[in-house]
Design a protein around this ligand. Structure first.
Ligand code: ATP
Length: 366
């Protein structure tokens, strides 16, 4: 089922109403049916507020939310057909895994109406619990209590409980942040597998770019309640809409520095280095660390720079060059000859060079 937001806004006022925070500012977008979409951005950008609005736990200040053709803006959470998974699993500690998954079904009015006969209802619940446990691969854990499970297993139980009700929409709020690094990777792949197996339209909140990039169909990047870009993860990395997005995605981060165009060339370290059709003026250039190719001095379109720092880490060397007064980090193959304190020349891979105007908006270069 598609999710559509129309000019959705949520503001919060402080107690004496002297100050307003616009947590979600005029959001309009559509999430395609069956897609897994990541809400990504720094702390306080409005990710959780957006998710809570979708869940019906918060009421928007203005705007509308549609699930398919149905306007759900005024519906309470229990009437929206959503499954919710939070960071802290929130499993019932005194219940077995089986009962944790069965609980929402046993307490669902509509489920009771659909299955009036108590015996038939019990059998149907058993079927759903077994089937859901199989999907999230916890069949052998059904008799255990939550305290007897690892963090990753507990999170899978929380997902099983959320999908047992066959929700139209699955909402995940930082579901992996309580897990250690290895388990996070394993569990995020698991979430993707489960989401694909069930085909439920899913919104996933995270502040971890790698997590969002690795499992989502699209990412929505937010800053201070404003959407910066919506696109497939790789497209967003390759074509960042502005300086904020360019700096937010990528590890190590993109190198940003001011650059001038003079007479059809970018001026890098006082040399007219790279040809461009752009008019003379001031711009901002971003270079991804993986885009530096060392070369002989004097090579066409090469840049000469001082090597301020060099460290070899396994396969790659981390080198810091001084470009237009900024320290820029490059990842290059470690067998190349570069000496700290000396000069080096490099060309740049075009795909890793991004240009922005002085206000921070992208300019298409090549
Ligand atoms: P985090 O990654 O830290 O969880 P987030 O992106 O999920 O952050 P939100 O929790 O959605 O951010 O908060 C967005 C903004 O709205 C923040 O400035 C926050 O302080 C504010 N805010 C959220 N809830 C309330 C509230 N109940 N009352 C007042 N302000 C709120």
């Amino acid at each position: 089922m598609d999710i559509r937001l129309e000019n959705l806004t949520k503001t919060f006022s402080n107690k004496d109403k002297t100050h307003e925070t616009i947590a979600v500012n005029d959001f309009s977008f559509t999430i395609k049916s069956g897609h897994l979409v990541g809400l990504l951005g720094p702390s306080g950008c409005g990710k959780s507020t957006t998710l809570f609005l979708l869940a019906g736990l918060l009421t928007p200040t203005s705007g509308k939310i549609f699930f398919g053709d149905e306007d759900v803006t005024a519906l309470p959470p229990e009437k929206r057909g959503i499954g919710l998974v939070f960071q802290n699993y929130a499993l019932y500690p005194h219940m077995t895994v089986y009962d944790n998954i069965a609980f929402p079904l046993r307490n669902s009015k509509s489920f009771k109406e659909e299955h009036k006969d108590a015996k038939e209802r019990k059998m149907e619940i058993d079927k759903i619990v077994q089937e859901t446990a199989r999907i999230v691969a916890i069949e052998e854990l059904l008799d255990r209590k939550p305290a007897q499970l690892s963090g990753g297993q507990q999170q899978r139980v929380a997902i099983a409980r959320a999908i047992a009700k066959k929700p139209k929409v699955l909402l995940l709020d930082e579901p992996l942040s309580n897990l250690d690094a290895r388990l996070r990777i394993q569990t995020r792949e698991e979430i993707r597998r489960i989401q694909k197996a069930t085909g439920i339209t899913t919104v996933f909140v995270t502040h971890d770019q790698e997590e969002a990039m690795s499992i989502t169909d699209e990412i929505i990047i937010m800053k201070s309640g404003v959407i910066q870009q919506i696109n497939e993860p790789q497209e967003t990395y390759i074509h960042p809409a502005n300086v904020f997005v360019a700096q937010f995605l990528g590890n190590p981060p993109i190198n940003m520095f001011p650059v001038k165009v003079e007479g059809g060339h970018f001026v890098l370290n006082d040399k007219r280095a790279i040809r461009t059709v752009l008019p003379d003026g001031d711009y901002q250039m971003g270079i991804r660390p993986e885009s530096f190719n060392l070369c002989e001095a004097g090579t066409d379109e090469s840049v000469d720079a001082e090597v301020v720092f060099k460290a070899t880490i396994g396969r790659d060397s981390q080198v810091r060059f001084n470009i237009n007064g900024k320290l820029c980090e490059a990842l290059i193959e470690s067998d190349r000859q570069v000496a700290e304190g000396g000069m080096a020349s490099f060309t740049l891979k075009r795909s890793g060079v991004h240009l922005f105007d002085t206000a921070g908006e992208r300019i298409e270069l090549w």
